[in-house]
Design a protein around this ligand. Sequence first.
Ligand code: PLP
Length: 367
Amino acid sequence: MQIPFVDLKAQYVSIRSEVDAAIAAVISDTAFIGGNNKYVQKFEGEFAAYLGSKHCMSCANGTDSLEILLKAFGIGSGDEVIVPAHSWISTSEAVGNVGAKPVFVDTLEKYHTIDPGKIEEKITSSTKAIMPVHLYGLPAEMDEIMALAKKHNLIVIEDCAQAHGAEYKGKKIGTIGHAASFSFYPGKNLGAYGDAGAMVTNDDTIAAKARMIANHGQLKKHDHVIEGRNSRLDGIQAAVLSVKLKYLDQWNAARINNANYYLKLFSSSAIQLPQTPSYSKQVFHLFVISVNDREKLSIDLRSAGIETAIHYPMPLPLLKAYAHENYTPQQFPVAANTTAHILSIPMFPELNAAQMEHVVASIQKSV
Ligand SMILES: *Cc1c(COP(=O)(O)O)cnc(C)c1O
């Protein structure tokens, strides 16, 4: 049995006629790119409504969206932004790329999200924002983060790239902070057929600024108020996303069902399993386990026909990109330990029971 890590083909096949028709319509309208692209505007409206957010501003990808939001809030040179020590590099890269400094905070052992108890000690007079990441589909501890932000007058930008549709205490993630960033990279819970991203906020001023930055600094056509950039969602991606958004809740429910089946099948105490607090709806972008000997397990699983991945093998501050800061693993003990032991096993809505049984049996045989 061969079990891929994700199966985007299975998902495409299940919606083929709708997606093919949507793409064909964009082509026949030649609505590829453009300020008033109807497919882009339609998706922005639908995604804002899905989240319950006032504004959705689409852009080229989920890294641009973080950067554009930071700029829209006026964050740049001399400023500090608090980010988790364990995430995909986009989170800290966006901070560095606007000229600010990412300040890394260790993560929670149980949930892998930023440890709210370790944020305050990193706040200085230069701190402008906190960027929690809802890693693997599990919401970060937003009540504590928002309380700290309020106390210290900080902006909160949620990195929702891995958690479309997740909820924290009944609220959709992306609607709790001052603004939020989404990626529609193909493998994400809501994925386009190429690069795509979006920002959401209830703040009219930030929405207008973000839109302007993403569109060459134009307030209106040929009225370039600032130097912006070119970061656009195109018509084809927007049309694909409109089709797929209708299925997001159903696909998330299938991921949750699969996760519950995995959790039921595992019986070995040598495997640390994902945990979800009762107040959160976790949407299992990834199913990440932790074992003592990850190398051996991944090799054994490969021989059993099972693809795995590591998200991610090193804490952000220990990457070469930050070598000039001379960070040590001792400064981020939880993230350092987590990243040495985690392994992501196959997780996608179309995964079936026999596949999951084979995955779990193979893991339990190996550890
Ligand atoms: C995927 C991802 C991003 C960036 O998304 P792109 O669309 O690939 O630029 C940002 N943050 C996190 C946590 C991600 O997983």
